[in-house]
Design a protein around this ligand. Structure first.
Ligand SMILES: Cc1ncc(COP(=O)(O)O)c(C=O)c1O
Length: 470
């Protein structure tokens, strides 16, 4: 199924990911190597990031105003990290700035605060967004949501109609590059062109896109230019607490920062503040320099391998997974499940008839050594619509949930591939799903009302044998 070239790439990537050979415990007392199919949430570290930090940390020191050698070196490394991230998305740093923060959510909140706008401005987003690309806008703007189609894809006719209707008051269109529930890829450049024709700007939440596809911001005067991009280090093999917002300098130059404090100013008097230039003004306090270095090292490793090769590998594997999932009795795949109509990254949500999503995820975790995620994935309206729940059903579970009972929360199981995933990871998943579907599992699971999680009765996690802070 896989060509020699693809096999070579895959193994090259597996060698570069930390911890893949680690054994983890199962409910029956045995151990297995862990299969991480939860890359959509966070990816394991790539060795290039780990090694860059090992080399850098002995020199770690304060950046910007420190005068010693270590400070000068740290400052240069921090600045270099920006240049590498710019290269990763093909951003022109004479026109744009890169603002480091702690994650994608913070980056989007920053833009929601910074974007100059009038009282009754509109931000258009979609019904397939992660809450992080929806809720921050609600605090500052009138938010208009573009509909999705019954299969979960973007309703582009609705996008066009709403763009036309709101164009006079439109401050921004904020869309995901790849949906975190279904993995659907958005036609980001086509949407950008339309948004520019309507006289507005576009933000691409690329948290879920960046680890899987090449991103090209395009020149600033290009009709399909992406005005703002958001990235999350922990989803691109650098889980060290850094994300970033990339966007036009002119936008950030003329606003006051969302957080003020050390590092954000040029001059302060008792009554006046003169803000520093970019990006310092937008990075209050001491920045996470190691996080930025790790993220840049990872971006560089991905570029060196080539994102085209990552894409090629993941497309093949996603097709393989879609094909194999259909072997499981009672399998329901949400979104497009035809392997030949692939407009998604390797994120696949599913359910198995008759088994609660949270129980299924628990069986995979405790008995298969397979990490997935279950629930609504911080995209409640989208999941409710994909599940086809009626408004009455949705209201019922929301009320139960708010009353403290999460046990009946609707949802799905989500598998999400990384560039190091293999068909044998998928095979292990299918094997366990088939067992679960036929009732062939060991544990007696009880649900915890407060969390909605299923846990095997009487099981004590042997965490201390694996890691402890002492
Ligand atoms: C599409 C998307 N946007 C934003 C976020 C939020 O990312 P972070 O956890 O880095 O804030 C996520 C996280 O899953 C995501 O999938």
């Amino acid at each position: 199924m896989f060509s020699r070239q693809v096999r070579r790439i895959r193994w090259k990537m597996r060698e570069r990911i930390l911890g893949l050979d680690r054994e983890t415990p199962l409910l029956d007392g045995s151990t297995v190597t862990y299969v991480n199919l939860d890359n959509g949430a966070s990816t394991p570290p790539i060795l290039d990031a780990v090694e860059a930090l090992e080399r850098f940390m002995p020199f770690y020191s304060s950046v910007h105003r420190g005068t010693g050698f270590k400070s000068r070196l740290s400052t240069r490394a921090f600045d270099r990290a920006r240049e590498i991230i710019a290269e990763f998305v093909k951003a022109d740093l004479t026109e744009n700035t890169i603002i480091f923060g702690k994650n994608a959510s913070e980056a989007i909140n920053k833009l929601a605060h910074s974007l100059p706008h009038k009282e009754d401005c509109v931000v258009m987003t979609t019904r397939m967004e992660h809450h992080s690309n929806d809720l921050p806008w609600r605090d500052h703007y009138n938010v208009v949501h573009v509909n999705t189609l019954p299969d979960g894809r973007l309703d582009e006719a609705d996008f066009d109609a709403k763009l036309h209707r709101h164009k006079d008051k439109l401050a921004l269109v904020a869309v995901t590059g790849a949906a975190n529930v279904t993995g659907y890829l958005q036609p980001i450049h086509r949407l950008a062109r339309k948004v520019h024709e309507a006289g507005s700007l576009i933000l691409i939440d690329a948290a879920q896109l960046a680890p899987h596809r090449e991103i090209d911001m395009k020149p600033d005067d290009h009709p399909e230019h992406l005005d703002f991009i958001v990235l999350a280090g922990h989803k691109m093999y650098a889980p060290y607490g850094t994300g970033c917002l990339i966007g036009p300098r002119r936008v950030f130059m003329n606003c006051s920062p969302d957080y003020s404090g050390g590092g954000t100013v040029n001059v302060v008097t008792e009554n006046e503040v003169f803000w520093a230039g970019l990006p310092d003004k937008e990075e209050a306090g001491s920045p996470n320099v190691p996080g930025a270095i790790a993220m840049a090292a990872s971006a560089r490793a991905l570029m060196k391998l080539s994102m085209k090769k990552v894409e090629e590998h993941e497309v093949r594997l996603t097709k393989y997974a879609l094909k194999r999932l259909k072997e499981v009795p009672g399998m329901i795949i949400y979104g497009e499940s035809d392997p030949d109509k692939l407009d998604r990254v390797g994120v696949i949500p599913f359910n198995v008839n008759g088994i609660h999503h949270s129980l299924l995820a628990a069986i995979l975790g405790y008995e298969g050594g397979i990490g997935v995620r279950s629930g609504c994935f911080c995209s409640h309206p989208y999941v409710v619509s994909l599940l086809g729940l009626s408004e009455k059903e949705a209201v019922m579970w929301r009320e139960e949930f708010l009353a403290g009972d999460k046990s009946k929360m609707p949802g799905m199981v989500r598998m999400s591939l990384g560039c190091y995933s293999t068909e044998s990871d998928v095979d292990r998943l299918i094997h366990m799903l088939k067992k679960a579907a036929s009732g062939d599992y060991l544990g007696r699971y009880t649900v915890v009302r407060e969390t909605g999680e299923y846990v095997p009765e009487g099981y004590v996690e042997p965490f201390d044998e694996y890691f402890s802070l002492g």
